[in-house]
Design a protein around this ligand. Sequence first.
Ligand SMILES: Nc1ncnc2c1ncn2[C@@H]1O[C@H](COP(=O)(O)OP(=O)(O)OP(=O)(O)O)[C@@H](O)[C@H]1O
Length: 411
Amino acid sequence: MAAEERPKPSRLPSHFLPDREVHVIISTHSGNHEAQSYYSDTLHGYLTDHVPHLELRKNYFVHTTTSLTSITELTSKLFLFNAKKGVKNTIILLSGDGGMVDIVNAMTTTLQREVDDNRPPSIFFKPIIVLFPLGTANALCHSAGIIARDPLKVMMTGRAKPLPQFEVRFSRAARLVADEGRKRLEFNEPGFPEEGKEASGELGYYDPEGHVRVYGCVVFSWGLHASLVAFSDTEEMRKHGVERFRMAAGQLLEEGHVYSGTVKYKTERGGEWLVLQHKSGSGSDADGDKKHKYILATLVSNLEEKFCISPHSKPLDGTLRLVAIGNQPSDTAVKILTLAYEQGKHVEEMREFVTYHEIDSLRIDFNENDEKWRQICIDGKIVAIEEGGWVEVRKMPTTGVDGRRVVELVC
Ligand SMILES: Nc1ncnc2c1ncn2[C@@H]1O[C@H](COP(=O)(O)OP(=O)(O)OP(=O)(O)O)[C@@H](O)[C@H]1O
């Protein structure tokens, strides 16, 4: 933005008005580890020029991540505390989708626990997030049009809008997959992480019924997509950027596994569960509708810049869309996914193979012996479901007790 375009203090967007506390989070390990240099070389000077009332350690704070749980800890210890004390926070987040999901999860998990505990509701000032695309895929930034319109410009001229979320519940023995697939972490008991056991931080908790609940704002998947995220999440593969997803997809398609389980969905809250009937080719045997290649529910259009999995999704429109492919041969799956890279043409040109519509909820009952095929993806995090286990995903409504949207995104 040129000097003559700089807004006068009175014309600053509401998220930079003097009544707000501004926090920058530099997620040092996101993407190609460029968040720190972007802050030092570009953003810091830009903010000094354009938002001159910011004063370090008075109304302006900079946090640099040092571990996998830094953002989660900051959120539960600082942002949530502030939000409930009536402090208006603006968070400038330099990360990929993971940083956003950490904030959404830590906030929602704690607040939902309080709902379950029947504690009285408290004041809650939703933090406003200004997101800079410093991750690998940056699905949220691409889908919200932040990158296409220049993130600095969006920061100065965009408006904060509530960020839609979904809730995932699953059977009790599910574990978070960590450390490049080597570790399985338990979720937390409400408020009481079990001593001596490695817990997953604030990602998810056991609700009063003993089910785990986790929150997301991008994508839920099982099948090919979840497997390729799981298999490509190693330090070695991460060096290849978004190419890592294509490399993993190549290996998986060669293996040609067909995922087994019962998939149901609801089109509206409180409606009936409907068994997913795949389109052509999948129903040739009695078990046809229990075999799947690709099951994905998304709140966003693009999972990467060019990978438009849900072309009908509009920025932050709050719709959850199902994209599903049944028991198709690998070459058909490749054709479908290649068309997704061409402005999402798969939903039109391959519509005889692709189920694509809005849903409210999704349920999977797994029928796989090998744990590697029971792994699901929630916004890039991988959860392994136990044998005979299940998972349910549902869009969080905009109003009511469950209707929390815990943050707003500037876009
Ligand atoms: N210093 C650090 N040490 C260890 N982990 C870190 C550190 N800083 C950040 N992280 C973690 O690295 C992960 C980076 O995820 P993020 O989603 O931001 O980037 P990405 O995976 O490259 O991008 P995308 O999700 O857009 O593909 C986050 O889970 C974050 O908590």
